[in-house]
Structures are given as structure tokens and as C-alpha cells.
Write a protein that binds this ligand. Structure first.
Ligand SMILES: [Zn+2]
Length: 269
């Protein structure tokens, strides 16, 4: 993050891929850390205190800045959809964390828990990325946060609950297809934030959107599967293909309008 605002640069995903190859780490593991929201749904009986800590380091501050900016956006935008925005809590953690949705860990990656309306970010992961990148402010971080906030918006709109109840009655393939629509909508919502961060607050630099779209493309399920298995199985996708993720992120970035993000009504994703 530069002194004048959030300078988000791309290329992170490619760096992750490179790092995976260099370190021998399964790129799926690393990439899941970057992009996945874990909609873990196993409730815990007691909500142990989460290790929330003051965002003292640069990455924590960056996460707070991005989160605050998403709040500015959604306070304006969500009332147009008939809801008021309630801000999510941000939980920064290292290693493992207990949420109302169960145990999260650095191996799970950043996630959103609808049951406690908190966004969980693993800072050790961001730190690792940052150190390897040599730059703390980058698009992957902002994108992860905005995407998780997108899941929070879905929670406020009742979408998460509706989809999860549909998934419980569905076959695995159908449940995955619903998950893809959820994730693509979260991508689109992340784009809605990007639109307003740029237009209303001038936080986005030229080239950021293109880099973001490139990142969305790099984390498509088809791309990940091709890399890890050499084959592509669309019925097992949970986040959408490269093209789908790019398409919906772009839709949000270009319209700034969450009503344009109705992936559930779309015949073609
Ligand atoms: Zn997600």
C-alpha cells in the first residue's frame, strides 16, 4: 500500500505458482490459501475466544484499510438492494483459529463464517506472500478480502442460507454447481467494490483491474485441476472456471452494481 492509497498490483498468483514449483508445495494448497472461501458448516458448541489482535503490522493495516473501504462501498450500495449493511468483523490469525463454523487453520486459508459474520484472514499466509513478493500491498490480498466480504453480503441478503439448504438436498454435482454460482457472485461483488474504490475514492491504479482479471483467470478451477491432475472435471468444480471467474469479476468491476451479479438467474455462467 502506497502512502496515497491502496496500490494493488497483480502477478501474485503467478508468483504463487512459481513458488509452488520451486518449493515442491502442491500449488493447489497454496492457491487454495489465496482464493478459497471455506464455507465450513460444522457448528461448534462453544465459541472459544478468537485470537483477535490489533492489526499492528503492515499487512494487518493493509487488511483493515481494504476492509474499511469495502464497508464504505457496501453502506452505499446495499440499500439499493433493500438491505442495510452490517459490517463484518475481521479476525486476523496465524496458525489456527476457532470460529463459530469450526476450526480454521493456515491450511484452510482465508474464510468467511456466516454463523458469526466474521472474515478470517491468515496473516502468516499473507506475510509469506509478502516476503516472497517483497511487496505487502498487492491485488491478491485485496481481492481475497473483497471476495470474503462478498460472502458476507450474501449472508446479509439471505443467499447463503438459501443455497446451503438447497445443497443439503442436492446431489454432489448439483451442490457443486450451486457453490460455483455462490463463488462467482462473490467474485462479482468483489468487482463491485473495485468499481467504487476506483470511481469514488480513486484507490485503484491504472492496470490494476487488468491484473485482477488475470488473477481471477489464473485461479479458475479448470486451471487448477489441469495443473494438479492434468485433467479437467467440470462437475467437481466449486469456484468456477477461469473464464467464468474473469467474466463475473469483470461484470462487477464494470457495472459497480450488485444487481448485475445475479449468478443464480443466469442461464450461462
Ligand atoms: Zn469464495
Amino acid at each position: 500500500m502506497g502512502p496515497g492509497g491502496v496500490a494493488v498490483g497483480g502477478g501474485t498468483i503467478l508468483v504463487v505458482l512459481l513458488v509452488s514449483f520451486l518449493t515442491g508445495t502442491n500449488p493447489l494448497v497454496l492457491l487454495n490459501l489465496v482464493e478459497t472461501v471455506q464455507d465450513v458448516s460444522v457448528p461448534q458448541s462453544n465459541d472459544a475466544p478468537s485470537p483477535t489482535k490489533a492489526p499492528s503490522d503492515e499487512l494487518g493495516k493493509f487488511a483493515s484499510v481494504v476492509l474499511t473501504d469495502t464497508e464504505e462501498t457496501w453502506h452505499v450500495v446495499l440499500p439499493r438492494m433493500g438491505s442495510n449493511y452490517e459490517e463484518p468483523r475481521l479476525v486476523l490469525f496465524s496458525g489456527a483459529v476457532r470460529s463459530a463454523c469450526g476450526l480454521g487453520s493456515a491450511a484452510v486459508g482465508p474464510f468467511y463464517c456466516p454463523m458469526d459474520a466474521k472474515v478470517y484472514l491468515d496473516l502468516s499466509f499473507f506475510k509469506q506472500l509478502s516476503q516472497r513478493l517483497g511487496a505487502p500491498g498487492d491485488f491478491a490480498q485485496a481481492y481475497v478480502i473483497a471476495h470474503e466480504v462478498g460472502h458476507h453480503v450474501q449472508n446479509l441478503l439471505g443467499t447463503s442460507e438459501r443455497v446451503h439448504s438447497q445443497q443439503r438436498l442436492a446431489s454432489t454435482a448439483e451442490a457443486n454447481a450451486l457453490s460455483v454460482r455462490m463463488e462467482l457472485q462473490a467474485d462479482c461483488f468483489a468487482g463491485v467494490w473495485g468499481f467504487h474504490a476506483k470511481r469514488d475514492r480513486n484507490l485503484i491504479e491504472p492496470g490494476d483491474f487488468e491484473e485482477g482479471l488475470h488473477a481471477a483467470s489464473a485461479i479458475g478451477d479448470d486451471q487448477l485441476q489441469h495443473m494438479s491432475k492434468g485433467t479437467v472435471q467440470p462437475e467437481s468444480w466449486t469456484h468456477g472456471s477461469s473464464q467464468q471467474r474473469t467474466t463475473w469479476l469483470r461484470r462487477g468491476l464494470e457495472t459497480g452494481d450488485p444487481t448485475a451479479c445475479d449468478t443464480f438467474a443466469a442461464n450461462r455462467l
